[in-house]
Design a binder for this molecule. Sequence first.
Ligand code: IDP
Ligand code: MG
Length: 143
Amino acid sequence: MAVEQTLSIIKPDGVQKNLIGEIYSRFEKAGLEIVAARMIHLTLDQAQGFYAVHKERPFYSDLVSYMMSGPVVVTALQGEDAILKHREIMGATNPADADPGTIRADFAASIEENVVHGSDGPDTAAVEIAFFFGDDGVCPRTR
Ligand code: IDP
Ligand code: MG
């Protein structure tokens, strides 16, 4: 195990459903600490840029529209095994496949509108955290 950081987004449907506190409570109770946070309504450039890895996928333009449909809350979370832990709490991409008690099983409407994003590995986590928080936007805990 190692201390890692992961990029977490409460997507527009999660914000609309007023789940910000509920979702971050689950992450905090699992021992993850918020080390950066911002609320933002993504522009087209930002939504396309963030999901550029998916640009060849058939759902890309719908995904970009969905991510721009309302504000999102973006955080960086830190903790032991943060990337995997966050993905476990989030659940599978398709809520129909997500384990009971995961965020997506509890709150997601569909494979597309699935409430939360989480990084899938250390390399993508670093790129995604820099995408939203630059070089100096993360606040390591000092106490
Ligand atoms: P992840 O969010 O679980 O890491 P990815 O495969 O990285 O899943 O897909 C990114 C996002 O694209 C998903 O969270 C979901 O919003 C959307 N998405 C993924 N697969 C589909 C699909 O088959 N149809 C529609 N949207 C999809
Ligand atoms: Mg992904």
